[in-house]
Design a protein around this ligand. Structure first.
Ligand code: GDP
Ligand code: MG
Length: 177
């Protein structure tokens, strides 16, 4: 954490995890650059994006990390998690297998991070609610049982994307200040 003239400056590391193709990279590009890519294949080699918001008149920066597609091989490394104070665990509301994987991602997160990490469960692709395979109630219940925030989002039409990231960043700020 750096100190600059006029007060503190906050920099928080946030990681995005979840099965392949749930929309992790698009959630980040929507939040950080307001961009969406329909055919995003593998994530292009950007490790993280930094995004700022103001809380209590202070500048709070989030360094948000995206996997480079290594989740396909279940090989997200401990370096990815190192120093993270927030995590978004993402599933695709149209594919139940990705929801079933959340438990495994939580296990992995727990082995690599502090218990005080701010965690949010995200059911993405809300624009495809007509073909949903996981109900809102199931998402909510899992999040409650695990003490996580919960939100359904759409990286495609932007629904709740900014709200979700900012909620996690706010929670981290509350944890440390
Ligand atoms: P990642 O592997 O978790 O990083 O997933 P990507 O961000 O690469 O997205 C995988 C696929 O899902 C791509 O074809 C995206 O265009 C699509 N996708 C991502 N988010 C959404 C969304 O909110 N709605 C819809 N309909 N498609 C999405
Ligand atoms: Mg990706």
């Amino acid at each position: 954490m750096e100190v600059e003239e006029g007060g503190e400056e906050y920099l928080f590391k946030v990681v995005i995890i979840g099965d392949s193709a749930v929309g992790k990279s698009n959630l980040l590009s929507r939040y950080a650059r307001n961009e969406f890519n329909l055919n995003s294949k593998a994530t292009i080699g950007v490790e993280f994006q930094t995004q700022s918001m103001a809380i209590d008149g202070k500048e709070v920066k989030a360094q948000i990390w995206d996997t480079a597609g290594q989740e396909r091989f279940r090989a997200v490394t401990s370096a990815y998690y190192r120093g993270a104070v927030g995590a978004l665990i993402v599933y695709d509301i149209t594919r139940r297998t990705t929801f079933d994987s959340v438990a495994r991602w939580l296990d992995e997160l727990n082995t690599h991070s502090d218990t005080t990490i701010a965690r949010m469960l995200i059911g993405n692709k809300l624009d495809l609610a007509n073909i949903r395979d996981v109900s809102v109630e199931e998402g909510k219940a899992l999040a409650e049982a695990e003490g996580m925030f919960f939100m359904e989002t759409s990286a495609l039409d932007s629904t709740n994307v900014k709200t979700a990231f900012e909620l996690v960043i706010r929670e981290i700020y509350n944890n440390v200040s």
